[in-house]
Ligand binder design. Structure first.
Ligand SMILES: [Zn+2]
Length: 429
C-alpha cells in the first residue's frame, strides 16, 4: 500500500534551485512555458528537468500526469511525456517517450493531458471528502490512500466497519459534493497549522505546509491536485470493503469514473439478466432458484445412478454362469465413470457371496475397479498391479477392492477377459 502525501508526508515547497511547481497554486493550469535546466535519464529512458512545471509527479498515492512538451523554436516537434517522477532530492523528472536531445536552455511549452488530470483531481478530492466524512461520522481516521487505474481505496484505522456506516459516509460525502463547497489552497507554518485543527498534520521538519480546505468540512495538509469546488468531484461511489491486517479498506470511484463504473456494472448485469430472462433486480433471486434446482437435480442424478447400479448388479449376477461356486463378472462401460463402477462393484460383491468383479469405465479418464465378495481367495490389489503393468497407468488397493487408472482403454476388455478366464481355470488351491 502506497501512502499518499496528504496522509503521510508533506510536499517540499520549492527551493530557489528547484523546479517551481505551478500545480501548487493552480490545478487547472494545463499549459505553461518553461526552460530546460537539465537532462537526465531514468531506467535508461530520457528525461528532462524544467525550471517550472504544471506536471504532477507521482507522490505516494496520487499518480503522475502525462502530456507533451513542445519545442518553442521548432514548431511541430512535440514530445510525449509518459511519466513524471519526483526524485528523493525533490527534482521532477519528465520522462519522454522518445529519445530527444533537449539541451539546457531549450525553451519548451508544456501541455498536460487534461482528461487524466481531471480524473485524478476528482478521485483525489473525493478522497479528502470521503476521509473527512468517515472521521466526522464515526471518528474513523484514514491511514492511507491508493489511486489505481480502475478504482481507488482508502484504509481506515478501525476493527469494524458496517455496511450502514459505509452507506452513511457515502451519503454525507455526496451531500458535500452537491453543496458545491469551495476548495481552497493556502500556505501556513507548522506553528500556525497546529492551531487550525487539521485532519492530519504530517510529521515533517519543513516549516511551510500547504493546506487544502473544503469549506467548513475538511482541512488537511496535501501536495496534490484538487478541484476548485466540490461539485466538480461529480459523485462519490463506494464499492467493495474488505478487512485488512491493520483495518478496513474501502474501494471507491469518483466523477466520470463513477459513471463509467456504473455503466460497466450495468452492462454485466444486463447480460446476466438476459441469460436468465429476468429483470436485473431479480438476478439474485433467479440464481438462488437455479442453485436450488441444480442441487435437487444432482440429488436426483445420484438416486438414479444408484438405481441403475442396483439393476445392473441384479442383471449381471443373473446372466453370469457359476464356475467352481463363484461368478466372475467382467464388464466395460464405455459411457460410465469411475463413480458408477465403484458403486456397482460394491453392490455386486456385498449383496451376494462368491462374486469376483472386474469392471472398467471409459468416460473421461479410463478407470478400473476390481472387487470380490468377502472370503474369496484372490488378491485384488496384486491383480490390479499385474493388469496395469500391461496396460500402463497407476493404481492399487486391498485384497478385496482395488482401483486403477489405466493409461488407455485399448486392450482393457481383452486383458480383463483373459484374467477372468485364467482365474476360472486355475483357482487357487
Ligand atoms: Zn489532496
Amino acid at each position: 500500500m502506497e501512502l499518499h502525501p496528504s496522509e503521510s508526508r508533506m510536499p517540499a515547497l520549492p527551493n530557489s534551485d528547484m523546479t517551481e511547481r505551478l500545480y501548487y497554486q493552480n490545478s487547472f493550469l494545463y499549459e505553461f512555458d518553461a526552460e530546460v535546466v537539465d537532462s537526465a535519464s531514468t531506467d535508461s529512458r530520457p528525461a528532462v528537468i524544467l525550471d517550472r512545471t504544471a506536471f504532477y509527479p507521482t507522490s505516494g498515492g496520487q499518480v503522475f500526469d502525462t502530456g507533451w512538451v513542445r519545442l518553442r523554436e521548432a514548431i511541430g516537434t512535440k514530445l510525449r511525456v509518459i511519466e513524471v517522477i519526483e526524485t528523493d532530492d525533490g527534482q521532477i523528472l519528465h520522462v519522454l517517450e522518445n529519445s530527444a536531445s533537449l539541451a539546457k536552455g531549450t525553451l519548451v511549452h508544456g501541455q498536460i493531458d487534461i482528461e487524466r488530470r481531471r480524473d485524478h483531481m476528482q478521485q483525489h478530492s473525493g478522497q479528502h471528502v470521503l476521509s473527512a466524512a468517515f472521521l466526522r461520522l464515526f471518528n474513523l481516521p484514514t491511514v492511507s490512500f491508493h489511486m489505481g487505474a480502475e478504482s481507488c481505496s482508502i484504509d481506515l484505522d478501525t476493527k469494524n466497519l458496517s455496511a450502514a456506516q459505509v452507506e452513511s459516509a457515502e451519503a454525507l460525502a455526496n451531500d458535500v459534493v452537491m453543496e458545491n463547497r469551495a476548495v481552497s489552497i493556502r500556505f501556513v507554518t507548522q506553528a500556525e497549522a497546529r492551531g487550525l485543527g487539521l485532519r492530519k498534520i504530517p510529521p515533517v521538519e519543513r516549516d511551510q505546509l500547504r493546506l487544502i480546505e473544503v469549506n467548513d468540512f475538511d482541512l488537511t495538509a496535501c501536495g496534490g491536485t484538487h478541484v476548485a469546488s466540490t461539485g466538480q468531484i461529480g459523485s462519490i461511489l463506494l464499492r467493495k470493503t474488505e478487512k485488512t491486517r491493520q483495518g478496513w479498506r474501502v474501494e471507491f470511484v469518483c466523477g466520470k469514473r463513477a459513471v463509467l463504473t456504473a455503466r460497466r456494472d450495468y452492462a454485466v448485469l444486463a447480460e446476466a439478466g438476459g441469460l436468465l430472462s429476468s429483470h436485473i433486480w431479480e438476478i439474485p433471486q433467479q440464481i438462488r432458484k437455479m442453485q436450488d434446482e441444480s442441487r435437487s437435480s444432482r440429488k436426483e442424478g445420484e438416486r438414479l445412478m444408484e438405481e441403475l447400479a442396483d439393476l445392473y448388479a441384479t442383471r449381471l449376477f443373473a446372466e453370469t454362469a457359476e464356475h467352481g461356486g463363484r461368478k466372475f463378472i467382467v464388464r466395460i462401460f464405455p459411457d460410465r465413470d469411475l463413480r458408477f463402477i465403484k458403486l456397482l462393484a460394491q453392490r455386486l460383491t456385498r449383496q451376494s457371496m462368491g462374486v469376483v468383479a472386474f469392471l472398467g469405465a471409459a468416460i473421461d479418464q479410463p478407470a478400473l475397479i476390481f472387487a470380490q465378495s468377502a472370503e474369496q481367495p484372490f488378491d485384488m490389489g496384486a491383480l490390479m498391479k499385474e493388469i496395469l503393468a500391461r496396460l500402463g497407468g497407476r493404481g492399487g488397493g486391498s485384497k478385496d477392492m482395488a482401483q486403477g487408472g489405466p493409461a488407455q482403454t485399448e486392450g482393457m476388455e481383452a486383458a480383463l477377459a483373459t484374467l477372468a478366464s485364467r482365474l476360472r481355470e486355475q483357482p487357487p488351491k
